[in-house]
Design a protein around this ligand. Structure first.
Ligand SMILES: [Zn+2]
Length: 326
């Protein structure tokens, strides 16, 4: 079910606020960063970035880019290291991008998932933006443990409490390292290298699909023993597909953040999301002009849109990576 249906009351408040031009600059959304609250955030962003009159339409380019976490005017942050901390540098990068003009001339949004993972320095880096929010900017903080946030943060956000969500089946650790290995080999130098990366990317998703399918099957085995085989298979496929789509969106978001970091460096900027990989990013940026780095971001954005159109995944990856050759 859509987040919009699940949280009708909270959603109605946001929708009316949007129409009346009375949205707050910052919201604290209490719920699961992988489940209900994530879906709520996506619906919220679609409202801002939808290009149709009846918004959100869930079909236009704006809505689709939100869904795949690839909208160029939305910045996503979540704890990435083993220590599960959101670092002050990452917050500063987000604050900096929020202070610049939007790429598409409309809203700018910053989303912080698991916002309780901000340490004191990170929270302080965020406070200034909460006190003096840039024009047409919205900050969405998501957490299931609001009590872990600084009171000064909480008091500056409008709070939305969602009902319980569902757990995630696959941990970030399952894909983060293999993905980083792939990204470190960006951009491919020739067709052979592009094909090799495409096969690696396909392998990453195949592995994730198998893992998700097993986890979903275990859940089903526990809860739905009375169902007949065919029905069970149908539910299994549907849930695996839905969960895989969510994980794919996370993976592509990290890829896009990476390529955007290259763009930042190629444009002479310095604030990076993947700041721990600065040296590698700088080497990749040297291979680009500002224009080609922007083009590379666009290619990755298009990649996800093509994935859902009955073209074999490997072909989509291969074609995209060939276009990235430098
Ligand atoms: Zn739309």
């Amino acid at each position: 079910m859509d987040a919009v249906d699940l949280h009708a009351e909270a959603w109605e408040g946001i929708r009316r606020g949007y129409e009346a031009g009375r949205l707050a600059h910052a919201y604290l959304i209490v719920g699961s960063s992988r489940g209900n609250a994530l879906h709520f955030v996506e619906s919220f962003l679609k409202l801002l970035f939808c290009k149709s009159a009846e918004r959100p339409c869930n079909e236009c380019g704006g809505c689709r880019r939100v869904e795949t976490h690839k909208h160029i005017d939305t910045m996503w942050l979540e704890p990435q290291s083993k220590a599960r901390q959101i670092k002050a540098d990452e917050i500063r990068a987000l604050v900096h991008r929020m202070s610049q003009t939007s790429f598409e001339g409309g809203w700018k949004a910053g989303v912080i998932l698991n916002a309780d993972c901000m340490n004191a320095n990170s929270a302080n880096a965020l406070l200034k933006t909460l006190e003096e929010p840039p024009q047409k900017s919205i900050l969405l903080l998501v957490t299931d443990s609001p009590q872990a946030l600084l009171p000064t943060i909480i008091s500056r956000c409008q709070k939305i409490v969602l009902s319980a969500g569902f757990a995630s089946n696959v941990s970030t650790e399952a894909w983060r390292l293999p993905l980083m290995n792939i990204l470190h080999d960006f951009p491919p130098a020739n067709g052979l290298a592009a094909s090799r990366l495409a096969v690696q990317l396909k392998g990453l998703f195949d592995g994730l699909k198998a893992e998700i399918s097993t986890a979903v099957e275990e859940d089903l085995g526990r809860s739905e023993e009375s169902l007949e085989e065919a029905k069970l298979k149908e539910i299994l496929d549907a849930r695996t597909g839905a969960r895989l789509k969510e994980v794919q969106a996370e993976v592509f978001r990290v890829m896009l953040d990476w390529q955007r970091d290259v763009l930042v460096l190629a444009s002479g900027g310095e604030y990076l999301i993947h700041s721990e990989h600065k040296d590698t990013l700088a080497k990749q940026a040297e291979l680009h002009t500002q224009g080609s780095a922007l083009q590379a971001v666009r290619i990755l954005e298009e990649l996800t849109q093509r994935l859902n159109r009955n073209i074999p995944d490997l072909q989509v990856f291969d074609e995209a990576l060939r276009r990235l050759i430098r």
